[in-house]
Design a protein around this ligand. Sequence first.
Ligand SMILES: Cc1ncc(COP(=O)(O)O)c(C=O)c1O
Length: 386
Amino acid sequence: MSRAEGFSTRCIHAGEAPDPTTGAHGVPLYQNVTYAFETNGQVEAMRGGERPHFTYSPRGNPTVRCFELKMADLEGTESSVALNSGMAAISGALLTLLSDGGHVVASDQLYDLTRAFLREDLPSYGGSANFVDLSDASAIEDAITTETRAIYAEPFSNPLLRVTDVRMLAEIARKNELLVIVDNTFLSPALLRPVHLGADIVIHSATKYLSGNGQVQGGVISGPRRLIERIRSRALHLGTALSPFAAWLLLAGIHSLPLRMQRHSENAFHLASVLAAHPAVEAVHYPGIESDPGHELAKSLVGPGDDRFGGMIAVSLAGGREVFGPFLDSLRLCTIAVSLGDSSTLVWPWHCGNLVRVSTGLEDFPDLEADLVQALNGVIPVAAVM
Ligand SMILES: Cc1ncc(COP(=O)(O)O)c(C=O)c1O
């Protein structure tokens, strides 16, 4: 697929072609584990690299391969490797790049399991991490040591939606010969292609927006071929390959990714605006609205004229944690559930502070608005009513 084609076209066609043996339109689900050779000569030719041949599904599967080709095309990288969860992708990439004494300067705003992996697991494999406010260039420079190999960030962080300047990270990384690794789960390649901003490696929990329906657990890493192949062989040892069925669902999910991200973004923008004006809300964290401190930076990341900032919103409730119960229990349409990127709106009380995270779904906006506003109306602090 030519990268001159439009993004939606590539979401549908990249990595896909009618099946050469049957003509099946749409990538078939190759759910088998092993692959037959007709002769020992073919085995020898495969081993000698003269004749490519699938051998054993975790080492390579046609359905998974199509998903990987599509992702590399969408991210604008040489290669991609698909794994069985977002955490498998994060841990697989970081172990490969850091486990022999490497150090990473990591954002102090990260998904909690990523932070836990960096703190609790990476050191026992020989790597180390510092957590730094990535909006502060001098703090980043100060944290770089002779062992540092990478800077790690979420452009829109989970859960607080803090915005990170990927271009600035790339400049610092270039000067210091480091890699920039980005977890782009919250935005998806439909809204942000970090490699265009200078990142080297892009990671997704495919469980979220790439799937879009909450049916798949998966992860994917995209980047230069030499690094992706090192990560692939580490993942093979760790047994974390993506299943063909998951890849097959992801291929279908990505066909509608741009349309879904458009609708998620529109719903989230309208919702954030309504929430920001509601007396039961202390603060709204959504880089798409002007009052958000990350708005200007977010605009510069997604590109001029683009007004799509994704579906994730975090809300601090004015009544504090005490109103989590009455607020959440009175929701009728939105679901109390962790995870994100689903077609339905998921609302989750965060474990610290008074923060509720909203993964805005694809419902009709007036229905979403009505549900959240009626739930918020029940938890307006007395002081705000008087
Ligand atoms: C930003 C981010 N990265 C990575 C992950 C991990 O993904 P998975 O649950 O597929 O392992 C999550 C999960 O919520 C996430 O929010």
